[in-house]
Design a protein around this ligand. Structure first.
Ligand code: DX5
Ligand code: ZN
Length: 221
């Protein structure tokens, strides 16, 4: 049995009450905070930066924070996120000229590193850097927005990535991001994922202001 983890994407949380939202979702059983960083350049949307990550740590968030960089270039911002309390920092190969160097920079900054693959980006780069990644993140939507539908070709890609991880013998997490819901998470797990990002599926649940509103959806995942 794999060590499965649920990583709520705070992109769909109520940003005016972010600290409480994160506290509630972790109290309901979620494992990792998925933190989507968008720069209005690599993707057509603009979100949050290291200040907000630091604010969550100051608010008392102890769980792993999984910073998903949808920015270009990535190197400048990596040390800032490390200082702000990131646990994982993942980026897209298209976001850097030097993938190996940027992965090393994440590790040298004291964080766990990961590469992110868009739905139509092949896994080719991976075989050269398997020893430098702690996480592989497969996008099952095109990055930029929450609430999109799961792209089914990601299931084959998950199987491919799972084989590579098993062959490496390293404890690399296999994360899936986009369109993950209660009714497809089982199929996604069977394809090989062990870490599940879910934004709209979790944060649209229950009644605003209820601290227990996320309990049933997180438990159902
Ligand atoms: C999209 C982000 C996702 C997004 C997922 O670019 O990387 O993390 O928030 O949202 P849902 O779960 O609603 O597809
Ligand atoms: Zn994400």
């Amino acid at each position: 049995m794999r060590d499965y983890k649920i990583a709520p994407s705070i992109l769909s949380a109520d940003f005016a009450r972010l600290g409480e939202e994160v506290t509630s979702v972790l109290a309901s059983g979620a494992d990792i905070v998925h933190f989507d960083v968008m720069d209005n350049h690599y993707v057509p949307n603009l979100t949050i930066g290291p200040l907000v990550c630091e604010a969550l740590r100051k608010h008392g968030v102890k769980a792993d924070i999984d910073v998903h960089l949808m920015v270009k270039p990535v190197d400048r911002i990596i040390p800032d996120f490390a200082k702000a309390g990131a646990t994982y920092i993942t980026f897209h190969p298209e976001g850097t000229e030097h993938i190996d160097r940027s992965l090393q920079l994440v590790r040298d900054s004291g964080c766990k590193s990961g590469l992110v693959f868009n739905p139509a980006t092949p896994l080719d780069h991976l075989k050269y850097v398997m020893d430098k990644v702690d996480m592989i993140l497969l996008m099952s939507v095109n990055p930029g927005f929450g609430g999109q539908s799961f792209i089914r070709s990601s299931l084959d890609k998950l199987r491919e990535a799972r084989k590579m991880i098993d062959a490496s013998g390293r404890p690399i997490r296999l994360e899936i991001d986009g369109g993950v819901k209660v009714d497809n998470i089982r199929e996604i797990a069977e394809a090989g994922a062990d870490t599940f990002v879910a934004g709209s599926a979790i944060f649209s649940a229950g009644k605003a202001g209820d601290p227990n509103r996320y309990n049933s959806v997180v438990k159902a995942m």
